[in-house]
Design a protein around this ligand. Structure first.
Ligand code: ZN
Ligand code: ZN
Length: 477
């Protein structure tokens, strides 16, 4: 399966418990709008409203352009993954070298600002010995108890209230889940008690609180994948078409292992760009623009990579291809003609272009078709992308987990109009994937959108507890 790029969450199917908040829905959209001074940024063009079928939802208050940043969101609580704890900022999850001047014992901070903000609850956290909880979670592959631990430290230090997640929709918990939580709670409470906390400080820390927090984290936590951190994202970013409209591009994500045989400095070199810039792409661009096609640009980029020797012509063969109709193939012949023509006109010879026939092109397009994700170009220029790619050797996909308020109100769609990106830290950026009209509901995809209908339905039902009735699912796509 391809890596999950987007978020995991849940549709609020039931009436939310905190529906009183919704009578003044717009106040939940802006956080702080006490003053309307001209220096304040305008409120985001959204409001949280009740939907007919899915509880709360987020709606556009005016039209939104493709690629537009709709709003950002800071987490209510975040925690690095255990393997990233000495590599990313303890608070904002930004990639941070170990020798950071803000290193404190075992954790690192990216800046004085983060260290200062985390001071109160880090003081609480560092007093306790978490090794038993860590060992417990590691053997069971659990991540969410760390978010609960962080939240408990925040409550104890007084920076947040014990009820701060109550507004979020909880998952339904089974008796077995609750009994497992009792073990986790025991380890959590034990660590605090051993560090000298008294009963009064830990009053809130009972099974009702813990189970309530975990039930909310379970369906509202986002796995944070920094665009500039994940290896496969980098490759995808580098492979994404520079000509894509606005800041939204397309990319095919592949397994990192698949790149092992030829991942070297050459992969990040500008070799393929040299090939690409020699040719005149205006005919292909015009053709694609009038038809709204994006994938031929990925095929073009791939062809440049093959010609320059950084990848093989067969590199996508491991991906599952889509079934193509005769009409689709005949359209592809036109695209191929434009692609090959541009290379030929730039002086490439037949030998260099041997691979570039309709079988190759159709095979690539068939794979791109079901494996391409719309992605955000995190960097501002092609050079930035290459620099980012060259700077990273990390292959770990997820740097941590976080729970947000507003992003938790977004409902799911298998063909979403909005997505979430994390550029360099835990701050979530919600961006429009296409033009959105005033009044339209903004939806994100909780899962890997490239999966087929059955796989999506299965994952959404098991992981998030609902049956998806989005237009894409209804059309059996
Ligand atoms: Zn930080
Ligand atoms: Zn769907």
């Amino acid at each position: 399966m391809l890596p999950l790029h987007l978020s995991k969450r849940f549709v609020q199917r039931c009436f939310p418990p905190a529906n009183r908040l919704l009578t003044s829905a717009t106040t939940t959209t802006t956080g702080d709008r006490r003053s309307s001074s001209p220096n304040q940024p305008p409120p985001p063009p959204i409001q949280v409203l009740l939907t007919e079928s899915a509880g709360r939802g987020v709606f556009a208050t005016r039209s939104i352009e493709p690629g537009q940043l709709i709003h950002t969101a800071k987490p209510l609580v975040s925690h690095p993954s255990i393997s990233s704890v000495d590599k990313v900022c303890y608070l904002c999850l930004k990639n941070t070298p170990k020798c950071s001047e803000f290193q404190v014992e075992k954790v690192v901070f990216c800046s004085e600002e983060c260290r200062e903000q985390a001071k109160g609850f880090y003081e609480v956290e560092k007093e306790a010995d978490w090794s038993a909880l860590i060992a417990y979670c590691r053997t069971r592959g659990l991540k969410y108890p760390f978010l609960a631990k962080r939240l408990a430290c925040m409550v104890i230090s007084g920076v947040t209230s014990a009820e701060c997640l109550d507004i979020l929709q909880p998952a339904r918990l089974s008796a077995e889940m609750i009994s497992q939580m009792e073990e986790e709670l025991c380890l959590l409470r034990g660590a605090f008690e051993d560090s000298g906390m008294n009963d009064k400080q830990l009053t809130f820390l009972n099974i009702e609180w813990y189970a309530g927090v975990l039930a909310r984290i379970r369906i509202n936590a986002f796995r944070i994948e920094l665009a500039a951190n994940a290896y496969e994202d980098l490759l995808a970013l580098a492979a994404a078409s520079v000509e894509s409209e606005a800041s939204v591009g397309n990319a095919v994500y592949m397994l990192p292992s698949f790149y092992n045989h030829d991942c070297g400095k050459t992969l990040y070199s500008s070799g393929f760009y040299e090939v690409e810039k020699e040719a005149d792409w205006s005919a292909l661009i015009a053709y694609c623009r009038t038809r709204g096609l994006k994938y031929p640009f990925l095929a073009k980029r791939l062809a440049c990579m093959v010609i320059s020797g950084v990848t093989s012509a067969e590199c996508l063969d491991i991906l599952q291809p889509a079934r193509l109709s005769v009409e689709m193939i005949s359209q592809m012949e036109e695209e191929l003609c434009l692609l090959r023509g541009a290379f030929e006109d730039s002086g490439m010879n037949d030998k260099q272009l041997t691979f570039l026939n309709i079988e190759w092109y159709a095979g690539v397009l068939a794979r791109i078709r079901i494996n391409a994700f719309r992605i955000e170009l995190a960097a501002h220029s092609y050079e930035d992308l290459l620099a980012l790619a060259a700077a990273s050797v990390e292959s770990e996909a997820s740097v941590g987990n976080a729970v947000y308020m507003l992003p938790s109100f977004y409902n799911h769609d298998c063909d979403p109009n909005t997505h979430i990106v994390w550029v360099e830290n835990v701050e979530a950026r919600l961006k429009a994937l296409r033009e959105i009209e005033a009044g339209e509901e903004l939806r994100i995809c909780y899962i890997d959108a490239s999966m087929d209908r059955d796989a999506r339905q299965n994952l959404l039902s098991k992981g998030f507890g609902f049956e998806c009735n989005c237009p894409r699912c209804m059309s059996n796509d």
